[in-house]
Write a protein that binds this ligand. Structure first.
Ligand code: S3P
Length: 424
């Protein structure tokens, strides 16, 4: 049995830092990921006046006075979560700042957060291209933001979280109706820290209500041990499946809005069990055990499952390349506006390896095959494309070279060492 432990969850790490900077006292965050994306959020908070300091096993966060405006642009690096959540937080606080990012982040849509924030009364301008970074949030001298009722076109945790952070800090009433259930860390953490937030799910759609208008805005300080990242674990599990070995992942987050990929692995014939241990700030943590089937079966992904597997689709697509038959992914057009156009990248790289694959506007059709796979993967410096295709190195007989191995630093700095342990 292979045993592994993924790095601290990236999504929870961002949120822990941001909420710690709003809490009413010093907060401790252990097990914070060292990934470049999470560091982008920590660096941004320092620029806004927070003291984010190393402590044994993590960081402490305290805000000596209030967070303050910045004159230098804040560089969000490659991190969409940093850029979008910070836009909401800064707009809610009424601070002035410029947010920017690398070439990939500058090409990603920002309107989805900017437009509803403008509807709340925030003043935000694009400084170069319309609806893209860099953008300027203007200071708001007085007056709260207006209440918002919003129906985003796609289920997006980044959009939802940006608007909730604006509502918490303004304060303003925010109601969001999502066409699916995206990851709900912000809601869980806000509720655990005392915010008046209620989330309900009906027929696969989510309603989130933050009744902040009569609230004093106090968030309790906290000590958190960040659960392991299920999205990071997915790559290690895939590598073990390709090696046909059972694997145990320890200390991993089991939030059901993140574990949709386990359902897909069950559809593929794997024997998957989850054992829940502690709950920390509303987040369940435990162990996942996956045993491989004799032959992987093909799968179908679509509808309400998509937001719950959105970051795992690249690695599931790679597993589909080794399944006995045709797998289909649909309703996943959002993948085209991630760190790269992931639908295009997956199709191109499967094609390079000789795996029959048809690209659709919002998905992929992949025909699994048995032949050993050889080729040079063009990642477009997208961390999840790199790690997804790297799992093929764990399967005896394949020779798969990754063009930019360093891009994994964005989310999983220890990835290559951990993959080696699974593959040897
Ligand atoms: C994230 C939300 C998802 C996900 C991203 C992290 C988050 O993006 O793809 O890797 O931490 O909120 P969207 O909200 O754009 O779907």
């Amino acid at each position: 049995m292979i045993t592994c432990r993924p790095p601290g969850d990236k999504s929870i790490g961002h949120r822990a830092l941001l909420l710690a900077a709003l809490a009413n006292g010093r907060c401790g965050i252990r097990g914070l990921s060292r990934a470049a994306d999470v560091t982008s959020t920590a660096t941004a908070l320092r620029a806004l006046g927070a003291a984010v300091e190393p402590s044994p096993g993590g960081v402490t966060v305290r805000v000596p006075a209030r967070l303050r405006s910045t004159t230098e642009p804040i560089d969000c690096g490659n991190s969409g979560t940093t850029a979008r959540l910070l836009t909401g937080l800064v707009a809610g606080l009424g601070l002035s700042t410029v947010l920017d990012g690398d070439a990939s982040l500058r090409s990603r849509p920002m309107r989805r957060v900017v437009y509803p924030l403008q509807a709340m009364g925030a003043r935000i301008d694009y400084l170069d291209r319309a609806e893209r970074l860099p953008l300027r949030v203007h200071a708001r001298a007085s007056g709260a933001l207006r209440p918002l009722r919003h129906r985003p076109r796609v289920a997006s945790a980044q959009v939802k979280s940006a608007l909730l952070l604006a509502g918490v800090t303004a304060p303003a009433r925010v109601e969001i109706h999502e066409p699916g259930v995206s990851r709900d860390h912000t809601e869980r953490m806000l509720a655990a820290l005392g915010a008046p937030i209620i989330a309900t799910v009906s027929e696969g759609e989510a309603t989130i209500r933050l009744d902040a208008q009569d609230w004093d805005g106090e968030l309790s300080s906290f000590d958190l041990e960040v659960p392991g990242d299920p999205s990071g674990a997915a790559f290690l599990i895939a590598a073990a499946l390709l090696r046909r070995e059972p694997v145990t992942v320890q200390g991993v987050g089991l939030n059901p809005t993140r574990t949709g990929f386990l359902e897909v692995l069950r559809d593929m014939g794997a024997d998957v069990s989850e054992r829940q241990g502690r709950v920390c700030i509303g987040e369940p943590v435990g162990e996942i055990v996956v045993r491989p089937p004799t032959r992987l079966r093909p799968f179908e992904i679509g509808g309400h499952l998509v937001p719950r597997v959105i970051d795992e689709i690249p690695v599931l697509a790679v597993l589909a390349a080794r399944a006995a038959g045709r797998s289909r992914i649909e309703g996943a057009g959002e993948l085209r506006v991630k760190e790269s156009d992931r639908i295009g990248r997956i199709a191109a790289n499967l094609g390079l390896l000789g795996v029959p694959c048809r690209e659709q506007p919002d998905g992929l059709e992949i025909h699994g095959c048995d032949a050993p796979l050889e080729g040079h993967i063009e990642t477009g410096s997208d961390h999840r494309i790199a790690m997804a295709f790297a799992t093929l190195q764990a399967e005896p007989g394949n020779r798969v070279h990754i063009d930019d191995p360093r891009c994994v630093e964005v989310s999983f700095p220890d990835f290559w060492a951990q993959l080696d342990r699974v593959a040897s």
